[in-house]
Structures are given as C-alpha cells and as structure tokens.
Design a protein around this ligand. Structure first.
Ligand SMILES: NC(=O)c1ccc[n+]([C@@H]2O[C@H](COP(=O)([O-])OP(=O)(O)OC[C@H]3O[C@@H](n4cnc5c(N)ncnc54)[C@H](OP(=O)(O)O)[C@@H]3O)[C@@H](O)[C@H]2O)c1
Length: 325
C-alpha cells in the first residue's frame, strides 16, 4: 500500500532532494511550505516526477501552534527538516532558537496526537554534536555520543549551534515522554547540486570562495553530499533497526583543501590565496568522524560517480547559477 509521509520545510535545500527521492520511491508526500504563493518555494517541487499525482503542498509555520495537526494527520512518517540556517543573527532568540526549539516541539506535539505516525526522522546537525570546546587532536573521533554544550555555544555566540542543540535535546526528551519513535540525522556541511532556485547558507559557504574575496576561512569542516543526506533520511525511516543519532559526514577538509579542489576543477576561477585569521588564532580542526554503520550510507550512496569524479559532483552546484533570495 502506498505510504504517506510529511516533510516540513519542504522547499529547502535538503528537503527538496528528500521530496524528490520520496516521490521516486512511490510515497505520497505532504510537503509543508510557509508561503504557497511564492513560486520560488513551490515551482521546483511541483515540477518533480510524480508531483502531479502524489505531492500535496500545505501551508504550515513552525511558530503557529497546531499548524501541523492537519498536515501529519494520516501520515505514516514525518520528516522534520524545517529550521532556520543562518550563521549570523542580531536576534538569535527570535530568528533561530524559537523556530528551532518551539517549532520542533510544535511538530512533535502534532505527531503525539496522531497514531498513524510510526516514526519521526529529525534533521539535526553536527552543530548539535561538535560545539563543546573539548580539545581536538588528530586522535579525537567525533561520534554520535558527543553533544554540543549550550553554555559553550552561548559564550562563543554560536547561535545556530545553540538552536540545533536545544532543539534536538528537547526533541529526545519529548519523544521519550510520549513514546514516539524518532531517529535523528546529524549532517555536517551539506553541499552539492541545488534543486531550489535560491541560494542556501551551506552552498553559499562554497560560493563565497569564488566571489572575488581574497581570503578563505581558517577552519576545517565535515562535508557531505546533499543527495546522500536526503537518502540517509529515507534509510532512517525505512530501516526498522535504525535508532538514535547518525552523524552523516563524508569527508573532513580544511577550507584550503576545498580551495585546492576548486582550483584543480576550475582553473579559470579567481580563488582566494590567503587564510583568514580567526581573531589571530588558528582555526580549530575537526578530526575524523565515525558514525554507526547501520544505515549503510556508503553502500547506499545515491550518486554513482567514479571516486575521481566525486569532488566534481560535490561542487556541481556552482554551475546551477542560484540566485540570492
Ligand atoms: N545545509 C547544511 O549544511 C545543514 C547541515 C546540517 C543540518 N542541516 C539542517 O537541515 C535542515 C534543512 O537545512 P537546509 O540547509 O536545507 O536549509 P534551507 O534551504 O534554508 O531550508 C530550511 C527550511 O526551513 C524552513 N523554515 C525556516 N523557518 C521556518 C518557520 N518559521 N516555519 C516553517 N518553515 C521554516 C524554510 O522555509 P522557507 O523556505 O519558507 O524559508 C526552509 O524550507 C535544517 O534543519 C538544518 O539545520 C543543514
């Protein structure tokens, strides 16, 4: 029988791929968007294969209490991806923390009232794993047992990290209390081709390297392809043994290595030559990541490029000419 699932924040970067793959796999998808009248948020979804028959766009806002009741009604699964992704904010409480934290509890509150919902897949982040000030040496492996420390996030004004940490923590407390089956997906920086016509924050981190700037950040990040992240969500829903949190990180690279890859792939691009010093200090190094392997993401990789082509696939989005929103 055809299963019905709900995707919150459906017009976003990761969610658009998720909706595409869910439709490909025969699901009926209730896709939540904030503004049904904005073609930049809806057209690319309506153009997906299977959309005409099985995609239902529904208006919902994280901060409207009960906004998701009618949306999750009749759904077998809920993918909660909606959350603001902004790294600089003058009002972090209103712009980041409230939508992430209250929004997640709002969506889960609707799930708790809906017996048809068998599992919730929460899009969390490595932001809820890695921001804790613990020393990083090459021997240190970050895994799903790590948690970001809210106090450290406040002190260092890492508001996005704080929003994702508070939201995931509150989600686990809520689902334990209500007996909801939830799996969390914790991706690192997500890059790769865009389906939506607007530029999202993690893609902008790469695009900023080719906009004529002279410096690149002195930072190391985990990177992962957007298609693998979308696929990981579906595996987390479909695989009965999936549980807990999954760090979804393909490789770890300093921005200097990213610049080097771009230079090799696109020799005509003007790329920054110099490291941007972070307050005069070395940027921190995120070491190796090891996740649980029960999702078999490596085996289930959703793009079939030869290893040498992989970097090219990851940076493919640069050719998609996205626009600032
Ligand atoms: N991209 C990454 O590198 C990365 C890494 C780890 C985790 N994540 C997580 O993945 C999820 C999706 O991120 P993304 O990169 O795909 O970002 P994105 O393209 O900016 O998508 C975010 C989505 O959240 C929705 N949203 C924001 N505030 C909302 C509100 N008040 N009510 C309803 N919807 C709201 C946005 O709706 P509108 O379209 O209406 O603005 C948008 O659809 C987020 O939970 C993010 O924390 C992202």
């Amino acid at each position: 029988m055809m299963k019905t699932v709900c995707v919150t924040g459906a017009s976003g970067y990761i969610a658009s791929w998720l909706v595409k793959f869910l439709l490909q796999r025969g699901y009926a998808v209730k896709a939540c968007v904030r503004d049904l009248d904005n073609p930049k948020k809806t057209q690319h979804l309506l153009a997906l294969d299977g959309a005409k028959e099985r995609l239902h766009l529904i208006k919902a806002d994280l901060l409207e209490q009960g906004s998701f009741d009618a949306v999750v009604d009749g759904c077998d699964g809920v993918f909660h991806t909606a959350s603001p992704v902004i790294f600089a904010s003058n009002d972090p409480q209103a712009e980041l923390i409230d939508p992430a934290l209250k929004g997640t509890l709002n969506v889960l509150g609707s799930c708790a009232k809906t017996p048809s919902v068998k599992r919730v897949v929460l899009t969390s982040s490595m932001a809820a794993v890695s921001a804790n000030g613990k020393p990083r040496t090459p021997e240190v492996v970050l895994d799903e047992t790590w948690w970001s420390d809210p106090e450290f996030c406040r002190q260092t004004q890492q508001w996005y990290m704080l929003s994702k940490t508070l939201a995931e923590d509150a989600a686990w407390n809520f689902v334990k209390e209500k007996g909801i089956d939830m799996v969390a997906i914790n991706p690192s920086m997500v890059i790769g081709p865009l389906l939506q016509p607007t530029l999202n924050t993690s893609s902008a981190a790469i695009l900023n390297l080719i906009n004529g700037g002279k410096t690149y950040p002195n930072a190391t990040a985990g990177w992962v392809n957007v298609k693998d992240v979308a696929n990981a969500h579906i595996l987390a829903f479909e695989n009965p043994s999936a549980n807990g949190r999954y760090c979804v990180v393909e490789s770890v690279a300093h921005f200097s290595e990213v610049v080097k890859i771009l230079r090799e792939l696109y020799p005509n691009l003007q790329l920054p030559e110099n490291l941007l010093a972070l307050n005069g200090k070395e940027g921190y190094i995120i070491c190796d990541f090891l996740g649980k392997d029960s999702l078999d993401i490596q085996k289930n990789k959703s793009f079939d490029a030869a290893p040498d082509d992989e970097a090219k696939v990851i940076f493919e989005f640069m050719e998609a000419s996205p626009t600032e929103d």
